[in-house]
Each structure stands twice: as C-alpha cells, then as structure tokens.
Design a protein around this ligand. Structure first.
Ligand code: KG4
Ligand code: ZN
Length: 359
C-alpha cells in the first residue's frame, strides 16, 4: 500500500444549505475556504427548504469550486484528490455535490473520497495553520484517544475515537438535533433563523432559572432527545398567555411579552446545554480521553463553551467559528487523512448519496 504523505485535497460540501469548497494540505493546512449560503432565502420560511437549497447548489457549485482553487493558488495539477460529502443530508442537495465531485474526479483523473458529513465536522478541529487572514486555529491537532461531540442543526452525537477511523458511537439523538431544537424554539418565540444565535441573544435578557424544563431520560445514557424539550417550550408559551395546547404556535410571538420571551429563551438554552454537557462529562469520566473536540454549528455557541469549560477538567480547544458551521475544509481535511492513511477511495462512476448515513 502506498501511503501518501504530502497531499492537497479539494473538499466539496453540499449536504444542507451551504455550497462549500476548500483546499487543505496534509490534513493540517487550510489553503482556501469558500462558502456560499442560501440561508437568506430560507430565513423567511424559518428553516431550510430542500428544493430551494438544491437549486442554489446548482447555481453556486462551479463558481465556489473555482474560487476555492484560486484562493489556494492551485490548478488541478496540484490537487491530489477530491473529497465530497455523500451523507447524511438532504437528498437533492447531496446529489449536486456528489455528481459534481464524481465528474471532476473522472475528468481530472483524481481519486475520490466519500466523506461522512458528521465525521467531517470533527475533522475541522485537525486544522492547525493557514495563510488565510481572519482564522484562529488550535496550535496542535487533537491527541488520541479523543472524545468527539457533534452538535449541529442535523446531528447530536457523542463519539469515542481510539484513533483515526477507529471509533465507537456512544450515543446520538433519537429525534431532533440540538440545533434543530434551537431553530424550532426561535420560531415559537418569533426570533429569526438560524435559531442558535438569535435564541442565545434573547436569552441574555432573561433569567435562566425562571422555568424548569424537563431533561429527557434515555435508556442509553449517551443518547439525546430534544423533541420533548421543544414541546415543553411550546406548552409553556401557550400557558404563559393563558391559552391551551390548541392555540396555534404562529400566534405566540405577538402575544408573549419581550420579558417572557427572554426568560423562556434563557431557561431553554440552559437546559439544552446542560443536557449535552452532562453527557459529555459522563463520557469523559468513563472513557478518559486525552482531548475533547466539539464540531457542528452549535459548537460556536458561547454559553455551551463556557459550560463545558466549567464542567470538564480542561477547556476544549475549538476551531475557528467559520469552520464550526458547514464548510468544505472539514471535508477536505478528512479526505487528506483518508488519502494519507491509505483508506479506500470511492468509485467515481458509481458513488451514490446516502441521505440517512449514520456514523
Ligand atoms: O453544522 P451546521 O452549520 O449545519 C448542520 O450540519 O446541521 O449547524 C447549523 C445549526 C443551526 O441549527 C443553528 O441554529 C446552530 O447550528 N447554531 C448555533 C449557533 N450558531 C449556529 N446554535 C447555538 N449557538 C450558536 N451560536
Ligand atoms: Zn453540518
């Protein structure tokens, strides 16, 4: 088996509403990172509309890839492999990225690596240097064994990595992801999408101990459930305005006072974060990893970071906020490790999407 040591990989990511491409060298050096988001188009609907996302990817994908190569000062001659997200995600969105990557890999005769989006989120933490301005990266790559927490709009997972490609999924959400719960609570409170930052901002004006929302008890202690919490928020909001459960959620923002919204937001943020932190601390104590890494959009949450730092014996290092939400760099980084460690490449003629892929 030939082990490549110096590799430059083009990563392509289109699993949700971001069309993203990036070039990464050796799984460490971020050479370019280009993201075009259709988020503004979805904001008016309070969530991602799959058809709009897919159409936006078609328009953006080629310019985004061209810009990623240009920013990295790379031609195709300098690219050793293409990596692409093939799951999990929205079917129509994944299809655009995968078909583009397959075509480019065939046309330019490059190996193609199929990347699991959720694994990718954690690999954003392996980037340690960049010539690009405006990025704050960790000084060193995470040391194994690693405890990985993925908290995003589509995923909530705890994973224990003994080494690259040698991991155990400890637990995952049985229903909504944590970011999805933030987005749904934002809708109930009439706050803008994406819900994470807007609910957190509102929470700053409220008292997190006003309401005691329930924490789900799961048969597997590392599994999550956020749908009960979201429903508890809905019921409480209805109660606060003196209505019963039949009152439509769309009517709530106009009837809740700003203080009620702030107190609900603050109480929700506290319980959502405590749920994730409790399980991370439990897993830390059981598995004694050398490092804890956090990936996904919610990893950029300041209250989550503060709570983790307070409850773990050390503060986890984080990658730049721009690399927490969906991006091509995390896909390129994992692609580099696949190439460097001799993992199998995908067949560019047959690689299919896997919308429900798990870890
Ligand atoms: O990783 P990501 O970009 O997409 C998925 O793979 O799902 O995560 C998007 C999610 C959204 O649900 C958004 O509300 C949440 O990340 N998010 C945050 C913050 N920034 C984004 N949640 C909490 N606090 C934030 N600061
Ligand atoms: Zn994601």
């Amino acid at each position: 088996m030939v082990l490549l040591v110096y590799v430059k990989v083009l990563g392509i990511e289109t699993s949700c509403d971001e069309t993203a491409a990036s070039v990464v060298e050796d799984g460490r050096v971020l050479l370019s990172n280009v993201v075009a988001s259709s988020m503004d188009l979805h904001a008016q609907y309070g969530g991602v509309v799959p058809e709009i996302a897919a159409r936006s990817h078609i328009e953006a994908i080629i310019p985004v890839i061209d810009e990623a190569l240009e920013q990295a000062k790379c031609g195709w001659d300098n690219i050793d492999a293409v990596a692409v997200t093939y799951g999990a995600g929205l079917g129509g969105s994944l299809l655009i990225g995968v078909l583009t990557a397959r075509t480019l890999a065939i046309a330019h005769k490059k190996p193609l690596y199929a990347i699991n989006h959720v694994e990718g989120h954690l690999y954003a933490n392996f980037l340690t240097s960049t010539p690009l301005p405006g990025y704050v990266l960790p000084e060193a790559a995470p040391e194994f064994p690693v405890l990985g927490l993925i908290v995003s709009g589509g995923h909530s997972q705890l994973v224990f990595f003994r080494d690259h490609f040698d991991y155990t999924l400890l637990g995952q959400t049985n229903d909504d992801a944590i970011g999805e719960a933030f987005d749904k609570v934002a809708k109930i409170l009439g706050l803008p999408y994406p819900g994470g930052p807007s609910v957190e901002k509102k929470a700053l004006e409220g008292d997190p101990y006003t309401f005691r929302f329930p924490k789900a008890r799961m048969p597997n202690k590392y599994d999550f459930s956020f749908s009960g919490l979201k429903t508890a928020v809905l019921r409480l909001a209805q109660e606060q305005i003196g209505e019963d459960f039949t009152f439509p959620s769309t009517g709530l923002p106009a009837r809740l006072s700003e203080q009620q919204k702030a107190d609900i937001a603050a109480s929700f943020v506290r319980v959502a974060n405590e749920t994730v932190v409790d399980k991370t601390v439990q897993a830390f104590e059981e598995f004694q990893p050398k490092t804890v890494i956090v990936g996904g959009g919610v990893a950029s949450s300041p209250p989550l970071r503060t709570m983790l730092a307070e409850r773990l014996p050390f503060s986890p290092e984080y990658t730049d906020r721009k690399l927490c939400t969906d991006n091509g760099a995390m896909i390129a980084t994992l692609g580099c490790y696949k190439a460097m460690l001799g993992q199998d490449a995908a067949d560019p003629y047959t690689l299919d999407i896997a919308p429900n892929l798990s870890m």
